[in-house]
Design a protein around this ligand. Structure first.
Ligand code: FES
Length: 251
């Protein structure tokens, strides 16, 4: 932009600034100005000169944009479902939608970004995608299966696996545990990351299993060890085709 245009821009900005400062001295005029700012052209011009703070919707979009590179690097994304102060509803897409670690991603990433950028938002709701209905009948694929081809082992139907319970089975010569949470199932090697002892008899509470041997605890959604964060349960890929549950044993 040339010097002349820059000077005109600066003059316009200063004129608007003085105009708004003057209007603010009269409550009636201030209310009229706020009403006028609802017009999208007026709003765009005032925003251009930074005379209005970004709207809540803009700040929500900015907050979501700030976490999208991280989500996209894992093959996922997040979409805005609605802004209803003090609540915002979002939905995960792609790999994030079916990821066992989506709870962690939601709280540590999306929810934190929204509440940091929009302090007036006190509730962030994760809207779940409706289960079922993809073209090939696959209702759920764990992220450990993103590039998995072949070697899927059928292990039963969804209703065989009680919600919140641990199911110890042997698949492809490997001892594994399955844990169901609603429409998704995770599968891990039945071996504690501490000393490798079977973990299936451990107590389960709030999505966490406690190893019966020395008390290591694991998040059953991600396999993350809550006792020693540097280790985790070995995951295996799971997919649900129609109502059939299939497992692919990791190498
Ligand atoms: S073998 Fe599980 S805590 Fe030691």
């Amino acid at each position: 932009m040339g010097a002349y245009k820059l000077a005109i821009e600066a003059l316009n900005a200063e004129a608007f600034r003085r105009l708004i400062r003057a209007l603010k001295t009269d409550p009636a005029a201030l209310a009229a100005m706020q009403a006028a700012a609802k017009d999208e052209v007026v709003y765009a011009v005032l925003r251009r000169y930074e005379l209005l703070k970004p709207s809540l919707n803009e700040r929500v979009e900015q907050a979501l944009d700030s976490v999208r590179p991280m989500l996209k690097s894992h093959g996922g994304d997040v979409e805005l479902v609605g802004v209803r102060p003090p609540s915002v509803e979002v939905r995960f897409k792609g790999a994030c939608d079916s990821c066992p670690a989506s709870t962690l991603t939601f709280h540590a990433g999306v929810k934190k970004a929204l509440q940091d950028g929009c302090p007036e938002i006190t509730e962030v709701i994760q809207v779940k995608r409706m289960a079922g209905g993809s073209e090939n009948g696959v209702r759920f694929v764990s992220p450990f299966a993103l590039n998995a081809e072949g070697n899927w082992n059928p292990v039963g139907i969804l209703s065989d696996f009680a919600d919140g319970a641990i199911h110890a089975i042997e698949v492809g010569g490997q001892k594994v545990i399955l844990s169901r949470n609603g429409a998704s199932i995770t599968c891990f090697q039945n071996a504690c990351a501490h000393l490798g002892f079977p973990i299936h008899d451990g107590e389960v509470a709030n999505g966490i299993i406690t190893c019966p041997h020395h008390g290591f605890q694991y998040d059953l959604a991600s396999g993350e060890c809550l006792t020693a964060p540097e280790v985790q349960l070995q995951p295996h890929a799971v997919r649900i085709v129609g109502s059939k549950v299939e497992i692919r044993i990791s190498a």
